[in-house]
Write a protein that binds this ligand. Structure first.
Ligand SMILES: Nc1nc2c(c(=O)[nH]1)N[C@H]1C(S)=C(S)[C@@H](COP(=O)(O)O)O[C@H]1N2
Ligand SMILES: [Mo]
Length: 353
């Protein structure tokens, strides 16, 4: 892992591990925390569902496992701060981890559908949101508070949102939310609340700091230290993005054929249809070979072999999704004070011997 912070623990996946498999090994799966990682045993855990429901309920782990259908799906998790380092090179982003392209990983998640659990509690007609609360207290929040967030009731009732207890066919580990976490495929990682212990059905979004104040797209000239609840645009569905995993920016390669590879991720429910690579800054493009993960919720890995001549070389890459959309060329035009959602073209420069 590439560790950005020891406490709270924040580490990204090494590029070579991401490139090696569609599913990321648990021990290399990126880890994003806003407070200390709680150690919660299955026996010591319960989930309370309350708010605008006709039948509030409390579930133990075996209730979830015994009463609801088990679902396994492959989904990519991506932090809104993924590729922030590129934005920081445009203009400094103080106080935030400078993530490279490895604040993204893919797992096979197993759990119960959130919608089945909610249905058992009978959400009321007027409800619009589902809020999640975890026990980890973050000193980074203002004021310090437990981690939380919310999604719309619509998304919560969609088939892909899980209360997951399994990751890559093993029980969840503490760092990734054991015994149970929310997995919201297609949304920024921040909504996939780990160690979830309370789900509240409500009329409006969560007032938690990490929903109301953080993870919002502020205007470029806003001062994040004075931004308050409701400022900026709430980030939810993840944006179409891609990254180059090999070769590494600034490295040296031998002359001749070099394999360029990376990942591409489409937003909420969309599919990556094509990845273009250019060695002339985007004047002409070559199509990469795509390897799709089964199902619509995970990334695609791509690769292309290119014959580079000796000297300075540069590669840019961009993805296209199933709506025919692609993503912006320049990080300069995406810069925002918290450094979120950098989905500019992937770009590396290296030397060919
Ligand atoms: N309880 C809790 N859940 C959390 C967080 C957290 O700090 N506490 N971080 C969120 C963020 S910002 C991301 S990107 C993902 C990361 O999940 P991972 O650490 O399993 O990769 O968890 C989300 N869920
Ligand atoms: Mo995140």
């Amino acid at each position: 892992m590439i560790v950005h912070e020891a406490e709270p623990f924040n580490a990204e996946s090494p590029t070579e591990v991401l490139a090696a498999d569609l599913v990321t090994p648990v021990e290399a799966f990126y880890s994003r925390n806003h407070g200390p990682i709680p150690q919660i045993t299955s026996d010591g855990w319960q989930l309370k569902v309350d708010g605008m429901v006709d039948t509030p309920a409390t579930f133990l782990l075996h209730d979830l496992q015994d009463r609801f259908e088990h679902v396994t799906l492959t989904a990519t998790m991506q932090c809104a701060g993924n590729r922030r380092a590129v934005l920081n090179a445009v203009r400094e982003i103080p106080g935030e981890d400078l993530w490279g392209p490895g604040a993204t990983s893919t797992a096979r998640w197993t759990g119960a559908r959130l919608r089945d659990v909610l249905a058992a509690c009978a959400p009321q007609q007027a409800a619009g949101y589902v809020a999640f609360e975890a026990p980890d207290v973050s000193q980074l929040a203002d004021p310090p508070q437990r981690y939380g967030g919310s999604i719309t009731l619509d998304k919560a009732m969609s088939a892909e949102v899980l209360l997951a207890w399994g990751m890559n066919d093993r029980p969840l580990v503490a760092a990734h939310g054991a015994p149970v976490r929310v997995v919201v495929p297609g949304y920024i990682g921040a909504r996939s609340v780990k160690w979830v212990e309370r789900i509240s059905v409500q009329a409006g979004p969560s007032e938690n700091y990490f929903q109301a104040t953080a993870y919002r797209m502020l205007p470029a000239e806003a001062d994040p230290s004075t931004a308050g609840p409701g400022d900026g645009i709430s980030l939810n569905a993840v944006a179409l993005n891609c990254a180059i995993l090999s070769p590494l920016d600034g490295c040296r390669v031998g002359a001749g054929n070099t394999r360029v590879c990376g990942y591409a991720l489409a937003g909420d429910g969309r599919t990556v249809m094509r990845v273009d690579v250019s060695i002339d800054g985007g004047d002409t493009w070559i199509q990469a070979d795509l390897e799709h993960t089964p199902g619509p919720w995970a990334w695609s890995l791509w690769q292309v072999d290119i014959d580079f001549s000796a000297g300075e070389a540069g590669v840019v890459a961009r993805a296209w999704d199933s709506t025919g959309a692609t993503h912006p060329e320049s990080a300069r035009h995406l810069w925002n004070p918290k450094g979120y959602a950098n989905n500019s073209w992937a770009r590396i420069n290296f030397r060919v011997a």
